[in-house]
Each structure stands twice: as structure tokens, then as C-alpha cells.
Design a protein around this ligand. Structure first.
Ligand SMILES: [Zn+2]
Length: 289
């Protein structure tokens, strides 16, 4: 799933490539992905793209005062075309959920992008609104971690009676961090994903805050200027423990371990994060007894 750095990279990419264009057509191939009815997507046609912004993991394309907002979900992505295919979309068939055709005011071939979604779980969401805050999930977002100051972070972490991994991923507390970057941040901060947030002392929270900044700002810098299709690979190659179960920890050489859940898994390094303790995992615990 794209998280803050990749979504920020996509927003910057769209700012560079799409702002100044005129929307020719917006076509929904997956009606289920469209979460709003008023204004209709057809209202965007003929209007200019005037901006592209990010709210948490949402991308917000400003189309002359209307907002085409999307969330890529778990398996969604944006595919950019310098020359967009003229073949009509077949509703309900294949991975394409939406196609946006753009015209340059100087003329030439139409270009634009598709939103695609792999797999069968449809989580990609598209909204057309007059104000992004009309979308309840955006109105409820917590502060952006890169715009947050330490006292605010300290306050929200140490008032949360929940596991720190869950606190970092809770979009209503901190906007934009998901499963992958929370693994990376906790590894860098040398904290167990299961540590209770409200038991951390001020030094641990300050260290967590600094590592969060380092990891996210570093990943945003790495994503900056990359074309849409390169952002996924950039994310994967920058990960030290996330998605690397069984590989050696690049800090201490211990084997990166995994805890799996119904539809996700977290990775961590026992030596760096849990004083060598192997956390129980529902798939392997029967073998460890
Ligand atoms: Zn380690």
C-alpha cells in the first residue's frame, strides 16, 4: 500500500505533469470505487487542473475549485500515460478503476492516468467534492507527521492506551503512516511494536519522533521527482525490516522476524526491538511450544 512518502511523490508528480491541463473526460470503469454522487464526475470535464495535494494517504486533484480525491487502498496504483489509449474502458473488467484523459492547452495527443487495483478486494476509493473536508475520513485525519511538533506528538502518544504500532497507524491520530513505515520507524527507534504507548517515557517518545521524521523525510526525498511507476520499487528497496522476514537485520545481523495477522503481517528485529524475545505468531506458535 502506498503510504505518506509514495502518496506525496504521486501528488508532486501530478503537480508537475497535470497542473495546467484541461480535463477531457473522467471515466469510471469500477462504479463501486466512486463514493460520491454530487457533483457528478462529468462536472470535471472542460475544467483546468489547478493543483495537486496530499491529505494523509489521499491525493487531492484540484480541478478549478472542484476536487477529484482518491485513496489507493491496499492494492491500488496510478498509471500515467504520456499518450493515453483511445480504446474504451470495459466496465467491471480488468484492473482499471478510473481513467482521466487530459488535454494540453497547446494541443497534441491526450495524456492522463488510470487508477488501477490488483486483486479482488476493492478498496480503491474515488470522490468528487467541492471541499476535501466533505469526505469524513479526511475531516477525521490527525496531524501530518512531518508538520507535527514534538509536544503534540508526545501528547498523543502518551495519552494512547494502545500498542505503539497501532498508534502510529491510526489515521485519526497521525495521518499517512501505514503498516510498512510503522515497521521501519519502530525498528529505527528500537521499540517493540507491541509496547504500550502510554508506558513510554519522554526520552523514548523523543527518539521515536526523531526517527519518524528521519524515515519519512528520507523516503519523501527519495520519492521526489520519480515517475509514478518508479515509486513502488523505491519504497520496497528502502525498507530495512518491512517485508524482509528471514533476512538479516542490516543493523545487528539478527534474523528479521514476522508476526502475521488475518490480512497483514508486521516484521521486526528481536535483537534491536524486543531484547531478543521472539513475539508469538499465530502461524508458527504451534511449532515453538
Ligand atoms: Zn537488528
Amino acid at each position: 500500500m502506498p503510504e505518506l512518502p509514495e502518496v506525496e511523490g504521486l501528488a508532486r508528480f501530478l503537480r508537475a505533469e497535470a497542473v495546467g491541463s484541461v480535463v477531457a473526460t473522467v471515466t469510471m470503469a469500477s462504479i463501486a470505487a466512486l463514493k460520491t454522487v454530487d457533483p457528478p464526475v462529468t462536472a470535471l470535464a472542460g475544467l483546468s487542473v489547478t493543483g495537486a495535494a496530499r491529505h494523509g494517504k489521499f491525493i487531492d486533484l484540484d480541478v478549478d475549485g472542484l476536487h477529484l480525491v482518491f485513496h489507493l487502498g491496499k492494492a491500488g496504483w496510478l498509471r500515467w500515460y504520456d499518450s493515453i489509449p483511445a480504446t474504451p474502458l470495459r466496465p467491471g473488467k480488468g484492473p482499471i478503476a478510473m481513467r482521466v484523459r487530459l488535454d494540453s492547452i497547446e494541443g497534441g495527443e491526450p495524456y492522463g492516468f488510470d487508477l488501477t487495483e490488483a486483486g479482488t478486494k476493492r478498496r480503491l476509493a474515488v470522490y468528487v467534492v467541492r471541499n476535501p473536508r466533505d469526505i469524513p475520513a479526511i475531516a477525521a485525519l490527525g496531524p501530518d507527521p512531518l508538520a507535527m511538533a514534538l509536544p503534540e506528538f508526545d501528547g498523543l502518544v502518551r495519552s494512547s492506551h494502545a500498542q505503539i504500532k497501532g498508534v502510529l497507524r491510526d489515521q485519526n491520530l497521525i495521518a499517512g503512516v501505514g503498516n510498512a513505515y510503522s515497521d521501519e520507524i519502530l525498528h529505527a527507534a528500537k521499540l517493540s511494536p507491541f509496547a504500550m504507548a502510554d508506558t513510554l517515557d519522554a526520552d523514548a517518545v523523543r527518539n521515536l519522533f526523531d526517527r519518524m521524521h528521519e524515515i519519512l523525510a528520507g523516503a519523501v526525498a527519495a520519492a521526489d521527482g520519480k515517475p509514478a511507476k518508479a515509486l513502488k520499487d523505491a519504497k520496497r528497496s528502502g525498507m530495512r525490516v518491512h517485508g524482509r522476514a528471514g533476512e538479516p537485520c542490516p543493523v545487528c545481523g539478527d534474523t528479521v522476524r514476522e508476526v502475521s495477522f488475518a490480512d497483514s503481517a508486521l516484521q521486526y528485529c528481536p535483537t534491536c526491538q524486543t531484547r531478543g524475545k521472539i513475539l508469538a505468531d499465530r502461524r508458527t506458535s504451534k511449532f515453538l511450544k
